[in-house]
Ligand binder design. Structure first.
Ligand code: GLP
Length: 250
């Protein structure tokens, strides 16, 4: 996993936006996997500065609460419209967000898996990490080969949302996420330092689903100093990033 350490949450968002815009410049009809949470909000604010850049982007997302429709302010669909889609140019036919307001979550899961195949796979998947090591809503113990499916949430996850959300969600699987061509994990704040350390330097295990990213051929974690503070090889990662080979280098 490539580790990029930035001074603070603002610089982290700048770096993440730079990576997304570079992907958009390379492929204007990028298949972009979105993530919710407080962490990517700064990224979405920066993406909004180029509204035209999203006209041909195909949008997917990681997860959604069971039973919540896009008009529910607690839904992740509402989150994406509030923080990104309402501010950029996009085509409705290109929005493939998981829906929680369906009768059959398994059918919805299969539908989105099929759509990902039809568009040729996800090019860039944005990720955050839960304090328990989840990615999407792949809670600890999730199979590292799992596909998009309904998932029961940990009581701690429900409590994190103030208890005002359902116990059930639909989430892209760890295996589905791992098929994205590029993964961009964002983590900020001291409360993420411990789990970031386990994700990057700990053993790969379903107990910490985010550790699967160690097996991904092209995953980067953009961290702020606080989230990186417990990494044993922090200085080495900074050295590698400062000295890495870059396209066009002589
Ligand atoms: C939720 C989402 C995750 C996200 C996590 C972290 O649980 N399902 O996809 O990564 O929150 O959120 P935050 O960035 O607010 O810490």
């Amino acid at each position: 996993m490539e580790i990029i350490i930035e001074p603070d949450a603002g610089a982290l968002a700048d770096r993440a936006a730079q990576i997304v815009f570079a992907e958009l410049a390379r492929k204007p009809d990028l298949v972009l996997g979105l993530a919710t949470g407080r962490t990517p909000i700064g990224l979405y604010e920066r993406l909004r500065t180029k509204p035209e850049a999203f006209a041909d982007v195909r949008f997917f997302n990681l997860d959604e609460f069971f039973g919540l429709g896009p008009s529910d302010p607690n839904s992740f669909n509402a989150f994406f419209y509030k923080h990104l889609l309402n501010h950029v140019k996009f085509q409705a036919k290109n929005v493939h967000l998981l829906r929680g307001d369906v009768k059959d979550l398994e059918e919805q899961a299969q539908l989105v898996e099929d759509r990902i195949k039809v568009v040729g796979g996800i090019d860039l998947q944005i990720l955050g990490i839960g304090r328990n090591g989840h990615i999407g809503f792949n809670e600890p113990g999730s199979s590292l080969g799992s596909r998009t499916r309904p998932k029961t949430l940990e009581p701690e996850t429900v409590a994190h949302y103030g208890g005002s959300i359902p116990n059930l969600a639909i989430t892209m699987g760890v295996g589905t996420i791992m098929e994205a061509r590029r993964c961009l994990m964002l983590a900020s704040g001291a409360d993420k330092a411990e789990i970031v350390c386990r994700m990057v330097e700990g053993p790969i295990m379903s107990e910490v689903p985010a550790t699967a990213l160690q097996m991904h051929p092209r995953a980067a974690a953009v961290l702020d100093e606080a989230a990186a503070s417990k990494l044993k090889r922090r200085d080495y990662y900074k050295w590698v990033f400062a000295n890495k080979w870059r396209v066009g280098q002589k």
